[in-house]
Design a protein around this ligand. Structure first.
Ligand SMILES: C[S@@+](CC[C@H](N)C(=O)[O-])C[C@H]1O[C@@H](n2cnc3c(N)ncnc32)[C@H](O)[C@@H]1O
Length: 228
């Protein structure tokens, strides 16, 4: 299935590639509009490379961490049931969609990329769940009102790690990152591990397919004990 509203930008090396609805290998409950597997893999010009780096279409991939988080949430539904959930740096919205399917009372998916916010809405419709999108979180916002924050593969930006760390004592955080394997032990505990690839496959080395999920040690979290 195609979605006419979703397309890769014209200056991107991926522009000829179709966006199609695809099932996820680790989460058969979820389908997402993503790049087809047969995207161009030849070397690219500097212009094309720079265009992609300046504004990468992250939303057109389901990153390994997002898929692992989605699986973990679907297997541990009580963690999000009746909770207000934020999917921070949502990309395709995969983790937020899992939270909505698992019974979260509200899901907000935040992404600075307007194309990602379009993709999140299309993916929410595809999976028949309701998600509100948000452009950005004001890191100093005193009115921050979420029970659970999910963050997958957003730690390439140091500001995001700092913010998640500052939030870790007041909010239940589920965090995973293919590039960052360890987080401060006084704030985050490893709770699950998955072998999973980004969809479509971007042929990363094996270490980036080894995903560890962490949760924050928030003291008054009223969810259940973790099952993994
Ligand atoms: C590598 S993608 C991961 C997407 C998704 N979480 C997943 O695991 O598939 C990172 C996403 O985070 C978004 N992002 C990064 N920093 C952000 C911020 N400070 N606020 C909102 N979105 C952010 C990017 O636009 C991008 O869509």
């Amino acid at each position: 299935m195609r979605n006419a509203a979703l397309a890769i930008r014209n200056d991107s090396v991926l522009k000829e590639t179709k966006i199609v609805a695809r099932p996820l290998p680790l989460c058969s409950e979820i389908n997402l509009f993503l790049l087809e597997e047969d995207y161009p893999k030849e070397p690219v010009s500097r212009f094309e490379f720079n265009a992609n780096i300046a504004s990468p279409p992250y939303w057109a991939f389901c990153w390994a961490s997002g898929q692992a988080l989605a699986r973990f949430i679907l297997d541990n539904r009580a963690l999000v049931q009746d909770k207000k959930v934020l999917d921070f740096g949502a990309g395709s919205g995969v983790a937020g969609i899992a939270a909505a399917k698992a019974g979260a009372c509200t899901v907000v998916a935040c992404d600075i990329d307007p194309e990602a916010r379009k993709a999140i809405q299309a993916n929410a419709d595809l999976n028949q769940v309701t998600i509100t999108t948000l452009e950005e979180i004001i890191f100093s916002d005193q009115d921050f009102d979420f029970d659970v924050v999910i963050a997958g593969d957003v730690c390439y930006d140091q500001k995001n790690i700092s913010w998640l760390s500052s939030l870790a004592l007041q909010c239940f955080i589920l965090l995973a990152d293919s590039r960052v394997k360890r987080f401060p032990e006084d704030l985050f505990t490893p709770v699950a591990r998955f072998k999973v690839k980004t969809v479509p496959d971007i042929y990363e080395s094996e270490e980036f397919n080894d995903i560890i999920i962490y949760n924050s040690h928030v003291k008054d979290y009223s969810g259940p004990a973790l099952s993994r």
